[in-house]
Ligand binder design. Structure first.
Ligand SMILES: [Zn+2]
Length: 92
């Protein structure tokens, strides 16, 4: 989330965390908001339409949706992401 640490963004994050249901928009499961933010299953704020596709929607509340950190980073900025399993699995 580089470059997304402005005051407005932080306010949006605080708003979303409080107002949006803690459901991951990528996998559809609940997010445990008590987990630390760096946890794989922790709460992050994602964009429904990636910023790479629609930069003007970067701070549009309607384009924001909670996601698990793991889901969010798996999706990345790929606009073609469609919940498929990755073609090649990597073991870190
Ligand atoms: Zn998820």
């Amino acid at each position: 989330m580089k470059g997304r640490d402005g005051r407005r963004w932080r306010r949006l994050v605080a708003w979303a965390r409080k107002e949006l249901p803690p459901v991951c928009h990528i996998c559809g499961r609940l997010i445990d908001t008590t987990l630390p933010v760096n946890d794989r299953m922790g709460w992050t704020l994602d964009h429904r339409v990636p910023i790479a596709v629609a930069p003007h929607l970067a701070e549009e509340p309607g384009n924001l949706a909670p996601a698990h950190r793991g889901c969010n980073s798996r999706k990345g900025a790929n606009p073609n992401f469609r919940h498929e399993a990755p073609r090649q699995s990597r073991i870190w």
